[in-house]
Design a protein around this ligand. Structure first.
Ligand code: NIG
Ligand code: FE
Length: 412
């Protein structure tokens, strides 16, 4: 099975070796081969180059797609989602329009606990079906690898149920899915906080590890949710069981989340709406990746994370959707990229690097995703006709993608 794209206006993010994390000067640039071809064979990227160098015979037996006036780029990597959930929360959306804050909505029994009640009442099949539909939607908008968290179960039984749904998605979905255990998402009303933290550590985590239900462990380390001390204990237990931390930090307050994440060598600390020079310094001296979530900043009207300062400090920034029913009911990566540009003042180059190469690192997929290289599985996108790749975020809200290739196959 061969697939050949010819006359590509710009073939983006091509490399001969695995690209390093994009920061500083490399965050500002996107390699672009003009008037290019891309040959895909047996699911993998076989070759690419400029049209005058297209080897004779490349068309033989191939499905040929003329990509004139269009761009080809690697699929997006979405490193932070809560894509498995039951029901929706548009009534809270209306409350928010009327002036209630995220914290007030949560205090009124809304928020995460509202989603937990709905998820506890749903069975695995229902959860799978709705998540499957969402996964297909985000694949249509270019997501080629994704992380999915638990965190709406909040009891041992329901957290495991969520993770089993994610495991089933991993089995049937054509794209790579990484699972994260987020039992520490909120404290249920029925149990005191010390007992819940102990349940996470002594009941949930051992079962998650025994059944290999997750690669990562997340904690919502923020005001009104989990304290730094609780986060410390949970992450120590998770690490001992082989789950790498990846946490929600500094969304609602200067929570100490960044520092505790770095202490536990978290793969990433995500949100970061409320960080300053101190947290940036801590991140600079670590291997922990900073992930910002432009969709939830936009949807909740949160303060903007200090993206320009992070970039100036040389941090390898990542952007992700945060797809969830409360703070970002969209997993559309082209829109996330547009928001990163429009609202957080990232350039199109910075935002594309943050959603491809750097995002792949945030899921440990840097060898296989987020770039185009001979020999790796072909997970690429063909844009619609456009004058430049900067047109993608500029023309926000419009579907910029014409075709999606998943593991070398055209995906309808
Ligand atoms: O990443 N901040 C914590 N968790 C989610 C929101 C969850 C919800 O509101 O349901 C987030 O924004
Ligand atoms: Fe989140």
């Amino acid at each position: 099975m061969r697939l050949l794209f010819t006359h590509i206006k710009g073939l983006l993010q091509t490399f001969d070796t695995v690209p390093t994390l994009r920061r500083g000067a490399t965050l500002q640039t996107i390699p672009c081969i003009e008037n290019a071809y891309l040959l895909i064979e047996n699911g993998n990227i076989a070759d690419f180059g400029t049209m005058p160098n297209l080897p004779v015979g490349s068309r033989a037996g191939a499905k040929v797609i003329d990509a004139s006036n269009r761009f080809v780029l690697p699929s997006f990597v979405d490193s932070h989602t809560h894509l498995v959930f039951a029901g929706s929360r548009e009534s809270e959306f209306v409350d928010k329009i009327k002036g209630l804050t995220y914290e007030q909505i949560a205090a009124n029994g809304g928020g995460i606990l509202n989603s937990a009640k709905k998820l506890q009442a749903a069975d695995e099949d229902e959860l799978f079906d709705s998540a499957w539909q969402r996964l297909n939607e985000v694949m249509r908008t270019g997501t080629g690898a994704i992380e999915i968290k638990s965190g709406y179960g909040l009891t041992p039984q329901d957290e495991i149920k969520m993770l089993r749904v994610i495991k089933k998605l991993q089995k049937y979905a054509p794209i790579t899915i990484k699972a994260t255990f987020l039992g520490a998402h909120a404290i249920p009303k029925e149990i005191d906080r010390a007992s819940y933290v102990s349940q996470i550590i002594n009941e949930m985590l051992p079962q998650v590890a025994a059944e290999q239900l997750a690669a990562y462990c997340d904690v919502f380390c923020d005001e009104g949710f989990f304290t730094v001390e609780e986060t410390d204990k949970i992450l120590a237990a998770a690490t001992a069981l082989g789950l790498r931390p990846k946490i929600h930090a500094n969304e609602l307050a200067v929570s100490g989340g960044v520092q505790i994440g770095v202490k536990h060598q978290a793969l990433s600390v995500d949100h970061l709406e409320r960080i300053g020079a101190e947290e940036i310094e801590v991140l600079k001296n670590s291997d922990t990746l900073p992930v910002v979530l432009p969709g939830s900043v936009f949807f909740l009207g949160l303060p903007k994370p200090p993206v320009r300062q992070m970039i100036e400090a040389g941090l390898p920034l990542v952007i992700a959707s945060d797809y969830n029913p409360g703070s970002c009911p969209s997993g559309n990566m082209p829109f996330t990229i547009a928001l990163a540009c429009i609202q957080l003042r990232m350039t199109p180059e910075e935002a594309l690097n943050a959603a491809t190469i750097n995002a792949a690192y945030a899921l440990g997929l840097e060898n296989t995703h987020g770039h185009i290289r001979r020999g790796i599985a072909a997970n690429v996108l063909l844009t619609k006709e456009m004058p430049s790749y900067q047109f993608m975020p500029y023309s926000f809200g419009n579907q910029p993608i014409e075709l999606v290739v998943v593991n070398g196959k055209l995906w309808e």
